[in-house]
Ligand binder design. Structure first.
Ligand SMILES: Cc1ncc(COP(=O)(O)O)c(C=O)c1O
Length: 260
């Protein structure tokens, strides 16, 4: 999807929905939402954007032409890693009615306590995401200059292939940073993940606390190694969800883990 022209070739008469995730997990590729929506509109196809990584504070896909926005509210919207919830946001009554029919039929409704926690979380979304973005920016630059680090994936770098798209469709570059190691083995990644004290090892993201994860054996373990390598998801790739802690504490935590 980063190559809109070749993506256009993949659309055929059976295509009903185009599903975009941007920035992507865990490589942080950027997809041009406006360009894909333009393509879809001309073919009468709906576009859904998984907006989980950006959150509504950084990216509003309906304004860019999308028909449906999906959030794992479990992440930034809730923000405290204590709720599992999802949401679909639409701007068309017919689509809303169709989705509501399914929701009613299968009973996929959130509980009152979950709703309370979600509403409370959303009140500080802007503060949390803003701080995560600031922290992530500093951490990405620190990692870029570290001798043990091979490559840092962060849309805020001018050298990132999707940087210009990020500038155009996002308000900031988000709190997610991925990087891999010069010594490209899972063992090296494990050694670092075992050494961090503030970055906790967990699959989730978007909470106030910083998390560290190993996509090859966690979120993307079900993808064959060959396919993972094709997209740059190396054995040593580490994904960070940068939280809202004091950035100097986070930097010294990563520094001691990398140096150990
Ligand atoms: C981008 C993205 N979309 C969707 C999901 C699924 O969300 P949930 O775990 O709330 O079902 C996740 C994480 O698990 C995610 O990272």
């Amino acid at each position: 999807m980063t190559d809109v022209e070749s993506f256009a070739q993949a659309i055929n008469s059976d295509t009903r929905l185009i599903w975009i995730e941007t920035p992507t997990n865990p490589m942080l590729n950027l997809i041009d939402i406006k360009a894909i929506c333009k393509l879809a509109k001309s073919a009468g196809i709906l576009v859904c954007v998984d907006n989980t990584f950006a959150s509504p504070y950084l990216q509003t896909p309906l304004d860019l032409g999308a028909d449906i926005v999906m959030h794992s509210c479990t992440k930034y919207l809730g923000g405290h890693s204590d709720v599992v919830m999802g949401a679909l946001i639409v701007n068309d009554e017919q689509v809303a009615n169709q989705l509501q029919f399914i929701q009613n039929a299968v009973g996929a409704i959130p509980g009152p306590q979950d709703c309370f926690l979600m509403l409370r979380g959303i009140k500080t979304l802007h503060l949390r995401v803003q701080r995560s973005c600031e922290n992530a920016n500093k951490i990405a630059h620190f990692l870029k200059n570290h001798p043990k680090v091979n490559k840092v994936y962060y849309p805020g770098f001018k050298t990132h292939p999707g940087h210009q798209i990020a500038v155009e469709q996002m308000n900031d570059f988000g709190g997610m940073v991925s990087f891999d190691l010069k010594e490209d083995t899972a063992k090296s990644a494990f050694a670092i993940m075992r050494s961090t004290k503030l970055f906790l090892l967990a699959e989730s993201l978007g909470g106030v606390e910083s998390l560290i994860g190993h996509p090859a054996t966690m979120t993307h373990a079900s993808i064959p190694q060959m396919d993972r390598h094709k997209i740059g998801l190396t054995d040593s790739l580490i994904r960070l969800s940068v939280g809202v802690e004091d950035v100097d504490d986070l930097l010294s935590d990563l520094k001691q883990a990398l140096d150990a």
